[in-house]
Design a protein around this ligand. Structure first.
Ligand code: FES
Length: 132
């Protein structure tokens, strides 16, 4: 079963969805994984409080890039309130494989950008943030 998910992760890594930049995003944020320094940025365009376009960019391992690709697919078309309901566990479930604590940081990189940068929620991992 894990093999299936690994394949799925590699597909997203090799051909990421929503990768690139938005010229004039309504909200934009970047965050670096404190453990490896890899940096990921995300921009969204809003109509009212609904995301009509989302793009991410940056470098990182397969897990971080695949997670950003999958998460941005989820973000598209949702309201900011709906996005605030996405939990860490949802991200782990989306990836579908067991992750070590270090790999969990990779998996949550895009989610951190979403939570703290795009949604401007400030919570448990604030001390590790490196928002730009
Ligand atoms: Fe840097 Fe995974 S090793 S994000």
């Amino acid at each position: 079963m894990d093999d299936l998910y690994r394949e799925y992760i590699l597909e997203h890594y090799k051909s990421p969805h929503n990768k690139g930049d938005i010229a004039h995003p309504d909200r934009f944020a970047a965050y670096a994984n404190p453990f490896c320094g890899d940096r990921l940025q995300m921009g969204v365009r809003l109509e009212g409080d609904r995301v009509v376009e989302v793009r991410f960019n940056g470098t990182g391992c397969a897990i971080s890039q695949a997670s950003a690709s999958m998460l941005t697919d989820e973000i598209q078309g949702k309201t900011l309130a709906e996005l605030a309901e996405i939990t860490k566990e949802d991200i782990f479930e989306m990836l579908g494989i067991p992750l070590s604590p270090a790999r969990q940081k990779c998996a949550l990189l895009a989610w951190e950008v979403l939570r703290k940068g795009i949604l401007r929620l400030d919570e448990d991992t604030a001390e590790e943030s490196d928002l730009a």
